[in-house]
Design a protein around this ligand. Structure first.
Ligand code: ADP
Ligand code: ZN
Ligand code: ZN
Length: 824
């Protein structure tokens, strides 16, 4: 007898599997194989029938009273054994519900909502003599009128918050029957009716000629349809209608055995209709060749898991290395997954893959319709595409024979899922997937994450590959090294002293003016979170920080107190700067609209274009804005983080950073690293063309190491500083973090619960002898109130926070984020 360990879609935070007996009577799959790992099944669960996925098959049950698996949902296993193992790893590593982790890898629309269906067992005539309350009467009347109803629908009809007690009472008394079903699937393969010739091509043509000879409109219509099918093969009915197909024609052709109507499953492909001309493979530069060779060796070896960190400045040819590594992968009969931070912001990357591998690129992202997503999933599983490109979730595409995974801009925070479970990091998950499949992993970045770089130095698990030169295309189609843009740092304190109160420094104003008069383009960059709530002295640039946590203190209104979001120490907001005594200590913050206004005022003739979340709603909005700027329909592009990504616009000769300070002073231990990454990335947009380019960074903190390093494009300077400070304070990579947030509508209660959690965790830690763990907090979250709930957080820092947390049963209201990318 065989037993299945099943991850069940019970909509509850369960990290374990449940045991079910596999009955001999259960239909096997198409190959006659018994039910196995990765199969989706229906299982009984309490009184319900739920979906599940088999994670393991055993001979001995882990639970003796196991019930039977009810049915197989899909004859093909939905998950490969490696992906089953990956789901388990995700659940263990991120302390996330097992089915949430399995769900990442299931086809879109697979999950079906469990429904509770109610049927009345009495009639309207019975009601008066049953001794019912008004509410019970109303419920039964509704059910009798409808014949049956879903419990949630009944709740809405009665306008109640909950009807479960009401329903249970009626079930107990035998007045209604309650059963459980699953909601209808949300998506199915798309089927399009086609018309196909049954007659031979020559037979069809002969018949068409006869019809034409007959003459008359009806005969002519039949002739044209037959000729079209003879020329073009089977066609959708919809396409044949304009060419004469009517209901009568269809009936006649079928009756005469000339053609047949057939349902054809079509693929909803989001790239359909986009034709990319095929591009040839260029010869690599010596540096690229060196990097490529190391990756190619790992691909050929195919067994040893290998992670490479490809560190190269923007424009140094990393993408070209990915492309050739992909060619190698394909030549070896394998396939690849390429992750990009956000697909709509990287249309140029998608285009380059499309040009090199026409028809072999699948794009998967959340902007697809459910139908497109569903079809791509099945096509990918069938092995139709050499490469799947997409944001973090594309890692879980069912790409068979995986040989290569690339993570471009690996330092980006978007690779970490922050909202919703499991809160995984695609980089960590990719490492595990590559370990399981033997695929090679290439992490590429101009500004590698400190942790990735740390692991590629002495004794680490990654191998460092470096591209030191920025490339520029020559007339002949080759490349030549080109200098990185010059960076000028403008001290905003000096501007104030000189009487300039505008948001553009004198230097930036002159720069923009110069670029405009030369008919060149300008990008003005602003940090997205422009409304950060921290204080800064306008005279000396000083920002109050917490001495024990090294993060900026946040101003809390209306109490007007400065609070550390890590350790919660608080003090009244100062009226004057502690460093220089100036009373001009203010909140920082500026929005893109304001910058656009100022730019229009200062440069009345210039055409401005704004690019941020507010103006880029809807599909292809990003591409449209980018296309407009590329076509030089605007002179100045004003944007947030989005403008920093992957743009390659030759006419841009000046990039202005309105203020480096908002990023710099963010109360997060990664703010220095983050600022440098941003500045470098923004700088990478300047001077991509033959005219060269420069960057102007405005700041109140010109001496901050992230700024000075960015001005020299010196990654290693920042890296050195970061490693030193993180080692001192036990931050990653020297320790790991877990962030626990409790949210509740009652502020007092939220704080008490968080405090109780701190006491409990400290007690557990001491009792279990885990001395190397700090339990910090409780503190208010950076956004102290979200969607009506107050949020308090607890940070656990140490070698292995999960050791302490894995055994904790977190009550409702808690979210657990292991290895958070931000403590905000
Ligand atoms: P990165 O991905 O590091 O930003 P890219 O791969 O985009 O760099 O390279 C920058 C530019 O140089 C691109 O326009 C690219 O097409 C071109 N390029 C890169 N490598 C080569 C090469 N070996 N031969 C010709 N052009 C190249
Ligand atoms: Zn000051
Ligand atoms: Zn602190």
């Amino acid at each position: 007898m065989a037993y299945a360990e099943v991850a069940v879609n019970a909509a509850a935070p369960i990290r374990q599997t449940f045991t079910y007996r596999i009955p001999d009577s259960l239909p096997a799959d198409r190959q006659g194989m018994p039910l196995g790992v990765g199969h989706a099944v229906y299982v009984p669960f309490g009184s319900r029938r739920l979906q599940g996925v088999v994670l393991e098959v055993t001979e001995t049950p882990a639970f003796p009273e196991a019930r039977d698996v009810e049915a197989v949902i899909d004859p093909e296993p939905l998950l490969s054994p490696e992906r089953v193992a990956l789901a388990r790893w995700l659940s263990d590593h991120y302390l996330a519900p097992l089915f949430d982790c399995v769900s990442l890898m299931l086809p879109p629309g697979f999950k079906r909502r469990p429904l509770t269906v109610l049927r009345p067992l009495v009639s309207l005539d019975d009601l008066p003599r049953l001794g019912l309350t008004e509410r019970q009467k109303a419920a039964l009347t509704h059910l009798i009128a409808r014949g049956q109803a879903e419990q949630d629908e009944l709740r809405k009809a009665l306008r109640l918050r909950s009807v479960s007690t009401l329903v249970s009472g009626l079930v107990l008394r035998g007045f209604i029957q309650r059963s459980h079903e699953l909601a209808r699937p949300q998506v199915r393969p798309k089927v399009v009716p086609h018309l196909r010739l049954l007659a031979s091509v020559s037979g069809a043509r002969r018949r068409a000629r006869t019809l034409r000879d007959e003459g008359g409109a009806p005969a002519l219509r039949r002739a044209v349809v037959l000729e079209t099918l003879a020329d073009e093969g089977p066609l959708p009915l919809a396409e044949l209608r304009p060419r004469g197909l009517t209901a009568a024609v269809l009936r006649d052709l079928q009756r005469q055995g000339l053609a047949v109507r057939e349902d054809v499953t079509v693929v909803r492909d989001p790239l359909a209709g986009r034709m990319y001309p095929k591009r040839a493979t260029p010869a690599l530069t010596a540096e690229q060749e060196e990097a490529y060779q190391r990756i190619a060796e790992a691909l050929e070896d195919g067994k040893q898991p290998r992670t490479f960190l490809l560190h190269g400045v923007t424009g140094s040819g990393k993408t070209e290395v990915y492309l050739q590594a992909l060619e190698k992968t394909v030549a070896l009969g394998k396939r690849a997954i390429v992750l990009v931070p956000e697909i709509s912001l990287t249309p140029q990357t998608v285009r380059r893959f499309g040009e090199r591998f026409p028809g072999q690129v699948a794009v998967m992202h959340s902007g697809l319709s459910l139908g497109e997503h569903f079809d791509m999933w099945h096509e990918v599983r069938a092995g139709r595409y050499a490469v799947v490109i997409g944001p973090r979730g594309a890692l879980f595409a069912p790409q068979p024979d995986l040989g290569l995974v690339v993570i471009d801009e690996e330092h980006e925070w978007t690779y970490k899922q922050q909202e919703g479970s499991p809160r995984y990091h695609a980089r960590a998950a990719a490492e595990e997937l590559c370990r399981l499949t033997g695929a090679a992993l290439v992490l590429g970045s101009a500004t590698p994450d400190v942790e990735s770089h740390f692991r590629s130095t002495s004794g680490g698990s990654h191998r460092l590959l470096e591209l030191s030169q920025r490339l520029q295309r020559t007339e002949s189609g080759g490349v030549t090294p080109s200098p990185l843009p010059q960076v000028e740092v403008v001290d905003l304190r000096e501007e104030l002293k000189a009487g300039n109160r505008g948001i553009f420094s004198r230097s930036l104003t002159a720069g923009i003016g110069g670029a405009l008069s030369a008919a060149e383009q300008v990008i003005l960059f602003l940090n997205r979170r422009g409304t950060a709530s921290f204080l800064q002295c306008r005279d000396c640039g000083h920002v109050p920080t917490c001495t024990s946590c090294a993060v900026s203190l946040t101003l809390h209104q209306p109490e007007n107190r400065l609070v550390c979001h890590y350790c919660r120490r608080a003090r009244p907001a100062p009226r004057a700067c502690h460093q220089c005594g100036s009373p001009r200590i203010r909140l920082l913050g500026l929005g893109t609209e304001r910058v656009e206004e100022e730019a229009r005022r200062a440069f009345p003739g210039a055409r401005t274009l704004r690019w941020d979340r507010d103006v880029t709603r809807g599909r292809d909005a990003h591409e449209r804005i980018l296309a407009r700027f590329l076509a030089h329909e605007a002179d100045i592009l004003i944007g947030t983080q989005m403008v920093a990504k992957g743009l390659d616009i030759p006419l841009v000769t000046l990039v202005g950073v309105i203020s480096a300070d908002t990023a710099l002073r963010f109360p997060d231990f990664r703010s220095g690293e983050r600022t440098f990454q941003l500045l470098e990335q923004v700088a990478g947009r300047a001077g991509r063309g033959p005219r060269g380019g420069r960057v102007i960074i405005q700041t109140y903190s010109p001496e901050h190491y992230a700024v000075t390093a960015a001005s020299r494009h010196d990654y290693h300077a920042v890296y050195g500083q970061e490693v030193e400070f993180r080692q001192r304070l036990g931050y990653p990579p020297f320790g790991r973090l877990a962030r626990l947030v409790f949210a509740h509508t009652n502020e007092e209660y939220a704080r008490e619960q968080a405090a109780a959690m701190v006491r409990y965790l400290r007690g557990e830690r001491d009792q279990r002898g885990l001395p190397n763990l700090d339990v910090l907090g409780p503190g208010p979250a950076f956004v102290p109130r979200l969607r009506g709930r107050w949020r308090w957080q607890v940070i656990v820092r140490g070698q292995d926070p999960t050791e302490l947390l894995a055994e904790v049963a977190f009550p409702r209201g808690w979210t657990v984020d292991i290895d958070p990318v931000s403590l905000l």
